[in-house]
Design a protein around this ligand. Sequence first.
Ligand code: HEC
Ligand SMILES: [Cu+2]
Length: 356
Amino acid sequence: MARRFMRFNRASVVCSVTMLAVLTAPSFAVDVAPICTPMGGEPLQSTSILSPISPPAREIHSLAALVVGVCAAIFIVVEGALLWAIIRYRRRAGDRGEPVQVFGSNPIELAWTVIPLVIVFVLALATVRTIKDVQRTEPPAGALTVDVIGHQWWWEYRIADEDGGPPVVTANELVVPVGRPVWLRLASADVIHSWWVPALNGKTDLVPGRFSNTWFEAEQPGTFLGQCAEYCGTQHANMLLRVRAVDDAQFESWRTAQAAPARDPASFAAGHSIFLRLACMNCHAIDGSSSGAFGPNLTHLMSRETIAAGMAPLNRDTLRAWLVDPQQLKPGCNMPSLQLTDPELDALVDYLSSLN
Ligand code: HEC
Ligand SMILES: [Cu+2]
C-alpha cells in the first residue's frame, strides 16, 4: 500500500514538471527567414517580439513580461504548495482511517479572495495604461504620416509630404527616419489584413470600409521584418513587411529620389511601348506613363530590395522570372501571365530595371 502511494507521488512530480516545461516552452518568436539582406548592409532584425526597438513594442513587451512574471509566481506558489501537501501528508505505513477533517477557515478564505482580486486589478490597470499608449487617437508630435493600404497580397505606402505636395507612393518596403515617430493610417482595398512588424508595434488590422491608426518610432537604424497577421487568402503567408529605418539625411535623399519623376523612357522605347500596349498600364502606375492602381507603383521599382512583397530579392533575373509567369513565383497572386515572347521580355526587363 505505502509503496503504491510513493509511486503515485513520483508520478505526480513527473507530471507537474512536464506540465511546467510544456507551459513555459518559448512560443513567442515567430521567425521569418530573411530572404534578402538589406542594401545598406545594416543589421536585419528578427521578427521576435522579445527585441522591441520602438516605444509601443517595448510597452507591449513589458506588459507581457509583467503578466508572465505574475503568472509564473502564482504557478510556483500554487504548485509548490500542492507538492508540499502531497509529500508532507502522504499516507505512511501504519496510517489507519481518515485524516483529521478541517472545515472552513476565515483567514484562508479571505487570503485567496483578496490576493487574486488585487492581482487582477493590478494587471487590468497595467493593461489599460498600455492600450492607451499603444492605441493613440492623435498622431504624436512631429510625426511622419504614412497611409498604408493592404491589397491581396502586397502593401501600398503613401508617405505624406509636409509641404503639401503629392505623397510619395511606393510598395512593400517602407523607409522611415530613425528617432522620429511615424503615424500610420491604415485601410484595406479588399479584405482584412493586419500590419505587424513585431520589433516596432503590435498588430493593427486593416478593415475594409474604415480607417485604423497606429504608430511607432524606430530607435535604431535597421531593417525590420514583419508579416501580414490576418489570414487574407491564398498568398497571405507571402505578404511580407519590410521597414527600413535610416538617419535623417538618408531618409530625405530617399524621399527626394522617390518624389522625382520616373526615368525618361526614351532610351528604352521598346520596353516602354510594350508596357503601354499590354495590360500592364491598367494595373500599374509609372509616373508620366500610366496611373493603374491595382498593382504596385513601379515608378522607382529598382529602389526596392525585394519583389512581390518580399518573396525574392529584386534583380534582373527575378524580374524576368516574374514577368514570364507571376503564378510560378506566387501562385494565386493577382497578376496574370501575359504570355510574353522572349524579345518582349528582354525589352521590358531593360525598361523596368532602368526605373531606379
Ligand atoms: C491584372 C492586373 C495586372 C496586370 C495586367 C499586370 N500586373 Fe504586375 N502586378 C499586379 C499585382 C496585383 C502585383 C502584386 C503581386 C503580389 O505581390 O502579390 C503585380 C506585381 C508586379 C511587379 C512586382 C512589383 C513589386 O514591387 O513587387 C512587377 C515588376 C510587375 N507587376 C510588372 C508588370 C508588367 C511589366 C506587366 C505587363 C506585362 C504587368 N505587371 C501586368 C497586377 C498586374
Ligand atoms: Cu494580408
